[in-house]
Design a binder for this molecule. Sequence first.
Ligand code: HEC
Ligand code: HEC
Ligand code: HEC
Ligand code: HEC
Ligand code: HEC
Length: 235
Amino acid sequence: MKLIGIIVCAGLTLFTTGNLFATDDPHGTTDAIYCDQCHITHNTLGDILVNATDSLVSTLCLSCHTPGGWAGMSKVLSSADKADPGTSGTSHAWDVPADNSARGAALPTTQVLLDHLSADNKITCATCHDPHANSISPFLRLDNSADALCLDCHSSRNMSSVKTYTGQNLSHPVGQTLPATSTYHSTPLDVDGNPQPSDGNTTNDLSLLGGTTVSCVSCHGVHYTDSNSGTVDGP
Ligand code: HEC
Ligand code: HEC
Ligand code: HEC
Ligand code: HEC
Ligand code: HEC
């Protein structure tokens, strides 16, 4: 109810003053996107007044971010891209319960993510993205440069110091600085066998924080990743 109140107030002052541009580009003046392309104030479904037939945030996002959606759109996704772990997909899942111990995921702890799960605690596009503000590009709710977004749900995968009694790591370490010697690692190679980025395909280069530290996104992509280092990931 509180949320409806806030939106209706915003609606009364903003939605009725004509076509108001959404605040941050590219959801703004550049692509001529108005509040009411994403929101409707009356006769809508659900509690967030979004302009989607089923009131789901992801349906709203995909109505533009889909092939043939918003004119000239290049950053497209479709339901078929959504990861079905171990089976298919090229993009992190949405519209799935945020709590999934089989995938090392629990409900997020940061309020800004908790506030933007769906009413039944599912992840939506807007759990990770803030459609109104591009202060952390691309429209992210948390700065993920040191895995803060990933680790908020997947903290159980933060296993840099968890070992078995034999001293074996239980999971690949993250947040660890690689020793600067070739004892443990050499320069990451491309599929052509030369140091990256020699093959010209930068979408599969391992990126190390500060050039030395392993993070989740050294190995994992979020969207458009086909888990094949020989091919270029779109768009
Ligand atoms: C690109 C789509 C998009 C545009 C453009 C947009 N919104 Fe939103 N807005 C959303 C979504 C999605 C939510 C629900 C987020 C959630 O909680 O999951 C939302 C939520 C809100 C809320 C509830 C509080 C919050 O931040 O969650 C208010 C108020 C709001 N929008 C006002 C506006 C106003 C005013 C404009 C124009 C200046 C605007 N919105 C433009 C997508 C959009
Ligand atoms: C009315 C159409 C529209 C809707 C609805 C919409 N977007 Fe967008 N979005 C755009 C356009 C246009 C761009 C510019 C990218 C392009 O041209 O390919 C964009 C860009 C983005 C970007 C990339 C930003 C950057 O800096 O590169 C993200 C992330 C994004 N949108 C997320 C979302 C999310 C999440 C939702 C749902 C809450 C959403 N969008 C809903 C039209 C839309
Ligand atoms: C688990 C968190 C998460 C979810 C869920 C998520 N995204 Fe993203 N998204 C990210 C992160 C992190 C990035 C930036 C890293 C990247 O581009 O790989 C990103 C990047 C993007 C971009 C920019 C891609 C580019 O190449 O510039 C778009 C557009 C986008 N997301 C749209 C969406 C839409 C639409 C949905 C829902 C259908 C969605 N995202 C769901 C985390 C998420
Ligand atoms: C809001 C919580 C949340 C956030 C934030 C989040 N995840 Fe997830 N992640 C999940 C859930 C839940 C699943 C299980 C998806 C399912 O049920 O299909 C999952 C699944 C995965 C998978 C398995 C996909 C597959 O196809 O096997 C990977 C890999 C992953 N996440 C990596 C990441 C990375 C990297 C980030 C940061 C960019 C991230 N996650 C952010 C909740 C989250
Ligand atoms: C050194 C590379 C590497 C790093 C770093 C890494 N991962 Fe993974 N991860 C993988 C690989 C490879 C797989 C696939 C394993 C398989 O198929 O059995 C995987 C699988 C996963 C899965 C799905 C498998 C399952 O158990 O369901 C999740 C979720 C995941 N990683 C999350 C994370 C998170 C979160 C981080 C950061 C804390 C992270 N990973 C760091 C390489 C890595």
